[in-house]
Design a protein around this ligand. Structure first.
Ligand SMILES: CC(=O)N[C@@H](CCC[C@H](N)C(=O)O)C(=O)O
Length: 379
């Protein structure tokens, strides 16, 4: 039997309690496999790659393969929702709602495992969306090759949209991102003798300030970009000059051209600051698979038109967002559509208080089963 709403909620709560960091999703994989194993296997094949699971359904007239992807990793966040089914893993939380993503994916899979699709279908449970470009790694491993989708779909939950609403737009949905890891290495010393040391707090502060000019001075104001430095660590106490400074952050831009432009400016400023402070610099700018999520024109036009016409779906045309997603890599290889599923929460993604509304799950499953059936009639 396809999973009922009650079963879906039970599964979501179970998954919510065991969040794991990217590429370490061993328990998550075990639970997912145990659930999938119970689905009918008449036309289903399963394989794993590291902590990923790939499920293939052979369609009755399978000439085209439709892909559907969920991510499965959690974040290094200490949960503070107070929910009775809060995370049991200290310092780990499904603070980006991937427990909702997995549950919706299982709901859709459970339906098609029972109702043979016309097209072949590949369901991808992908690790490490948050930290290690799991989608890119999986694609490049070749594990998808024999079941490679011709088109692919995925969603991200959105606390700002009503529970169960579907949001999407033509073109770019999410920004491309790039992690910044900068370490300035000078010389520590006594607070009273600055001339005998090389103070990396002052150096790091210069870097932070100069970085602020990139978006305001180097990016066309009609376009956009973000440079956020979320982590600054230097020194140990007030009367010791800090000998090193670690700064970490992230770049976001809606086009790859602007992303690369910002990366170039971050590098130039970091190198310039290091030179002017006569210190060493270790700089890592890491984009990995976090390319802009560029929705394909044909699949997205069709997706939006289905969702708008479906009376049971609340469809909201959204603007592009500066969130990143390594689905950007998969969608650069396979045409497809990414969309939002509303989960209505006053807290943002990555908040320790995020508590998505569970009524979104069944709504998301029903909307996607309807869409995927409609799509298969066209192919
Ligand atoms: C939806 C979401 O929140 N995605 C993450 C993706 C991480 C990107 C990468 N690790 C970075 O920090 O640049 C996001 O932070 O947008």
């Amino acid at each position: 039997m396809a999973l009922s709403e009650k079963e879906l909620i039970e599964i979501r709560r179970k998954l919510h309690q065991i969040p794991e960091i990217g590429m370490e999703e061993f328990e998550t994989q075990k639970i997912l496999l145990a659930i999938i194993e119970k689905f009918p296997h008449d036309f289903m094949k399963i394989k794993t790659w590291k902590t990923a699971i790939i499920v293939h359904l052979t369609g009755s007239k399978g000439q085209t393969t439709i892909g559907y992807r969920t991510d499965i990793d959690g974040l290094p966040v200490e949960e503070k929702t107070g929910l009775p089914f809060s995370s049991k893993h200290k310092g780990r939380m499904h603070a980006c709602g991937h427990d909702i993503h997995m549950t919706v994916c299982l709901g859709i899979l459970s339906y098609f495992a029972e109702h043979q699709p016309k097209c072949d279908m590949t369901f991808i449970f992908q690790p490490a969306e948050e930290n290690a470009s799991g989608g890119k790694q999986l694609y490049e491993s070749g594990a998808l090759d024999e079941w490679m989708p011709d088109e692919i779909y995925a969603f991200h939950d959105n606390p700002q949209l009503p529970a169960g609403a579907i949001g999407c737009c033509m073109g770019t949905l999410f920004a491309g991102t790039c992690e910044i890891h900068a370490k300035f290495i000078g010389k520590s010393g006594h607070a009273a003798f600055p001339h005998l040391a090389n103070d990396m707090v002052v150096c790091g502060a210069q870097f932070v300030n100069q970085i602020q000019t990139i978006v305001s001075r180097n990016i066309d104001p009609i376009e956009s970009g973000v440079v956020t430095l979320g982590h600054f660590e230097a020194g140990t106490t007030g009367n010791v000059i800090a000998g090193s400074c670690q700064i970490d952050g992230t770049i976001r831009a809606l086009t790859q051209v602007n992303n690369l432009k910002i990366q170039k400016r971050v590098r130039a400023i970091a190198e310039g600051v290091a030179k002017s402070f006569d210190c060493e610099l270790e700089l890592d700018l890491h984009q990995g698979g976090y390319l802009p999520v560029e929705n394909n024109d044909e699949t997205t036009k069709n997706f939006i038109s289905y969702m708008k016409e479906n009376k049971d779906v609340e469809f909201i045309e959204t603007k592009p967002a500066m969130t990143g997603e390594d689905f950007g890599f998969l969608i650069s290889k396979i045409p497809g559509t990414m969309f939002w599923l509303g989960v209505d929460s006053p807290y943002s993604l990555h908040s320790e208080h995020l508590a998505p509304k569970e009524e979104a799950i069944q709504k998301g499953v029903s909307a996607m089963i309807g869409f995927l059936e409609d799509r298969q009639r066209q192919l």
